[in-house]
Design a protein around this ligand. Structure first.
Ligand code: 9WN
Length: 489
């Protein structure tokens, strides 16, 4: 971890890249002609790929905590729910054992009602290392672990299936299947609406905390009156993080939910396309998992189809999926890249997929670089502030997965853009969509793990990854014994 990037650095990025207006009009790209710094991929081909994979594995080993991986040693020193899923997807390529362990550790802290908490706290880390810590949340899982009481997008079934494909271990699948089912059941029981959509009750549940998509519903929330003692600003510059007011809203909402025993939503209940798409894709993955476990896949297939239909009916408008305010019934039109993630739904109708791809090209610059988290050219867009514009590897990876199914020709440049970002700036938390300058923390785990997965599937500049044959969906990049803990720790 190095010193935070300051505001000066951010201004410098703005002047080195294209002027904001030009960038806004043309969408993100980072080739020399655009005036942005081209991603300096180290020696195209398998040797470059090998160096990146090696460095990624170093990060993943450095962040390993014995049974789970911290997203970042200092900024996020506990286990996070959807991070662990993305980490497992990449770890499956070099250590399927570690990937299985990651998921099982997370589900070890599952609550009786089936919810998988968004943070599992490490008892060895001091209370003050992260805010809000275990004392704020005030709750323990049946396992005894202190946890938060909210959830994150359920991308875990997808991860479990990919971990299985990397190394078919049916015992693992049998063990995790009922837990994944319980996770989905909790969401149906506690969060569904008459329209058949699921609500998140806190912006942190979206995983895209300060997305402009939440600005309107958050206007109805009373901020925590007292100041909040944030820890994140000790590690990252304030202009790359949510604002103090955001934190007052986050704390107020979390406190209100906590005070009902984590049962009743406060003033924020939103049906987010990413969360609902993750749930639908999870049902499709569960159908495959069920078949291997000798269970009936059909209910999962039907549920995936049902969710896809509900999303198209209630969240889709004008070439993009939007959130819907569950309290008012209003569609929250915004230009969040979350609205592109329904591309991961296998049963998405072809015409909708086609329109989403067109939107991605026109408004998000798809095909010309990495995916921004919010559409450039909108008043809310901020190229450096967290989820208000910067590019994140997990969001890009999800859309990439969707493109591989619905528009393979655009999947390839997007894979290359992810590799370019980390080749130029390292495994940063997020990236300027125009210059690929890194922001947020360093050595961020899912940036490392997902790029390992990208290289395993795509190679670099179209060159196959170092281990040679890596099948489309299955297989590992290297044997555990080749890139083992001992070699790189
Ligand atoms: C709050 C860990 C998490 C990610 C989220 C990201 C950020 C936490 C924070 O870090 O959120 O959950 O403290 O800002 O927004 O997506 O899971 O990497």
């Amino acid at each position: 971890m190095t010193a935070p990037d300051g505001a000066g650095a951010r201004r410098a990025a703005g002047t080195q890249g294209r002027p904001a207006e030009e960038a806004a009009a043309n969408g993100p790209r980072h080739d020399a002609a655009a005036g942005g710094r081209r991603g300096s991929v180290p020696a195209a081909g398998s040797r470059g790929a090998e160096a990146i994979v090696r460095e990624a594995v170093r990060v993943l080993v450095a962040n390993w905590e014995g049974d789970h991986t911290v997203p970042s040693r200092r900024l996020y020193p506990h286990q996070w729910s959807w991070d662990s899923a993305f980490i497992a997807i990449g770890n499956a390529r070099w250590s399927p054992r570690r990937a299985r362990c990651e998921l099982l550790a997370l589900f070890g802290a599952q609550w009786r009602d089936g919810r998988v908490p968004h943070i599992v706290f490490n008892p060895g880390v001091p209370e003050g290392a992260y805010f809000p810590g275990p004392a704020f949340w005030g709750v323990r899982a049946p396992s005894g672990s202190a946890t938060s009481g909210i959830v994150q997008p359920p991308v875990h079934a997808l991860a479990a299936w990919r971990v299985y494909l990397a190394e078919p271990d049916t015992a693992f699948l049998r063990r995790i299947y009922p837990r994944l089912v319980a996770q989905q059941e909790f969401l149906r029981a506690a969060r569904s609406s008459p329209e058949g959509l699921l609500s998140i009750v806190h912006p942190w549940e979206s995983g895209m905390d300060n997305s402009p998509a939440w600005d309107a519903p958050l206007a109805a929330v009373d901020p925590e009156p007292a100041g909040v003692r944030r820890r994140d600003l000790a590690h990252v510059s304030a202009d790359e993080r949510p604002t103090d007011r955001d934190y007052q809203l986050y704390t107020s909402l979390a406190r209100a939910y906590r005070d009902t025993g984590y049962r009743r939503a406060g003033a924020f209940a939103v049906q987010d396309p990413l969360f609902n798409a993750a749930y639908g894709a999870a049902e499709s993955a569960l159908a495959r998992i069920a078949a291997v476990c000798g269970r009936d896949p059909e209910p999962h297939r039907l549920e995936a189809a049902r969710m896809t239909t509900a999303m198209v009916r209630h969240l889709y408008e004008g070439g993009l999926f939007h959130s819907r305010d569950a309290l008012t019934g209003r569609l929250l039109r915004s230009a969040s890249a979350a609205g592109l993630t329904p591309l991961i739904l296998p049963g998405l109708p072809a015409d909708i997929a086609g329109s989403l791809v067109a939107t991605a090209v026109d408004r998000f610059g798809l095909g010309r670089g990495i995916l921004p988290s919010f559409a450039p050219g909108t008043p809310e867009f901020d190229r450096a502030r967290y989820w208000r514009g910067p590019s994140w590897i997990n969001l890009t990876w999800l859309v990439w997965q969707g493109l591989r199914r619905h528009r393979p020709s655009l999947a390839e440049p997007l894979a290359q853009a992810m590799v370019d970002a980390v080749a130029q700036s390292g495994f940063r938390e997020y990236f300027d969509p125009f210059t690929l300058r890194g922001h947020g923390c360093h050595d961020f785990a899912w940036s490392a793990s997902l790029v390992v997965d990208v290289l395993a599937q795509h190679g670099l500049d179209g060159v196959a990854p170092p281990s040679g044959q890596v099948p489309e969906q299955a297989g590992s990049l290297a044997e555990v014994h080749d890139i083992g803990d001992h070699v790189l720790a």
